[in-house]
Ligand binder design. Structure first.
Ligand code: PAF
Length: 273
């Protein structure tokens, strides 16, 4: 496996290949990321993973400075998984000038849910993903459904800019108790770690209620209240249609999405139904 830090090295390594498959990450990898890499390996003729903690997608009060940077351990996992190239640029390499050209997702998808509670988040994500796409020039890129709205935003960006990249969605990997794997789970105390699975339980209950005919707004309010009672600070628990994350009209495939803080740690999860 090659570890490269510059765009020039990356381009040279990729020159002989026709179908790079790409997994963008911010590092601190877990089994969920490795599952994305396995999907990429099956789809391309060379596999690239990027590791870059992207300042543009963090709000000033968020965890950019403390976000775990574990390059050596990440590379060991990627090598064991069969990844060919790790692209780990410095900020100066990826953003040699301030990145003032940005990709602005449409408000209908970018300013709701995560975008409402983390203003500018999807501008930061779309901008870095567009830039990483131009660096790697993949034919296939794999994104996890754990970040469901991110996946939708990237799909729409690829569609509207006619980027010749197939976006593959990978299922969320969960711990034995059902907690969605996430780098931020590492911030949880043992007691919080035990409690953390309640977010997915609340989503499941909310989905079950809507399936049983309870009005969406009532099911959402009850789920928010149940988590708040347990000491969480929920940002949103919402039932949306899968196609565009707008309010469901009834009968279409749906997804229950939630974000809530447990102590200082903000967790997100979602369940399709
Ligand atoms: O999902 C992530 O880890 C990040 O949002 C991504 C896609 C690597 C962009 O920084």
């Amino acid at each position: 496996m090659h570890l490269v830090h510059t765009l020039a090295e990356l381009r040279e390594l990729l020159a002989p290949f026709r179908k790079p498959a790409f997994v963008p990450t911010m590092g601190n990898l877990h089994a969920g990321h490795i599952a994305l890499v396995s999907q990429a390996i099956a789809r391309g003729d060379v596999t690239v993973a990027s590791i870059f903690v992207n300042r543009l997608q963090f709000l000033p009060h968020e965890d950019f400075d403390t976000y775990p940077r574990t390059l050596q351990a990440d590379c060991a996992q990627l090598e064991a998984a069969g990844c060919d190239i790790v692209f780990a640029p410095s900020e100066r390499e990826l953003y040699p000038q301030p990145q003032t050209f940005k990709v602005h997702p449409p408000a209908a998808i970018g300013d709701i849910l995560e975008g409402q509670f983390r203003p500018g988040f999807f501008i930061g994500v779309s901008t870095v993903v567009m830039k990483l796409f131009t660096c790697v020039q993949p034919r296939v890129a794999v994104f996890g459904k754990k970040d469901y709205q991110q996946l939708m935003v990237i799909r729409e960006m690829v569609r509207q800019f006619a980027l010749p990249i197939e976006i593959v969605a990978a299922e969320t990997r969960r711990a034995d108790d059902g907690l969605a794997l996430s780098s931020r789970n590492g911030y949880l105390s043992p007691a919080q770690r035990q409690e953390a699975v309640q977010l997915s339980h609340a989503l499941r209950r909310m989905a079950g209620q809507v399936q049983a005919g309870v009005a969406v707004a009532a099911a959402e309010a009850e789920a928010m209240e149940a988590l708040a009672q347990r000491g969480w600070q929920p940002d949103y628990l919402a039932v949306r249609r899968r196609s565009d994350l707008q309010a469901p009209a009834g009968g279409e495939p749906m997804v229950a999405l939630g974000a809530a803080k447990l102590g200082a740690t903000r967790l997100i999860d979602n369940i399709e139904f």
